[in-house]
Design a protein around this ligand. Structure first.
Ligand code: FES
Length: 104
């Protein structure tokens, strides 16, 4: 089964407060960032596309945008698209499903 079609149980919904980010890991060891925004959950790659910052550790949420504290670049967590310089390369996003209080 390819990584893209695998369903991964990332965490419980109540483990991430609204407006918070948490690091998650795929079975391959690939790190992702899980965002909770107004009751919705989004997942992108954890590593900022501008440098090596971990967005779950060094990022902060402002609505649907995550700001990387290293150089203050921003991404839209819904699409992964960069929305503030110096970030120019989109983050990979992952499909999210919330079911029975779990984030997949
Ligand atoms: Fe994230 Fe530079 S490493 S903005």
């Amino acid at each position: 089964m390819s990584i893209a079609s695998e369903i991964v149980d990332l965490c419980a919904v109540n483990e991430i407060a609204d407006g918070e980010i948490r690091r998650g890991e795929l079975p391959s060891g690939h790190a992702v960032a899980i965002y909770h925004v107004n009751g919705e959950f989004f997942v992108t790659d954890d590593i900022c596309s501008h440098g090596e910052a971990s967005l779950s550790e060094d990022g902060s949420l402002d609505g649907y945008e995550v700001e990387c504290s290293w150089h203050f670049g921003r991404f839209d967590v819904r699409s992964g698209e960069p929305c503030a310089m110096p970030c120019e390369i989109a983050l990979r996003t992952w499909p999210v499903k919330v079911e029975d209080g779990r984030v997949y």
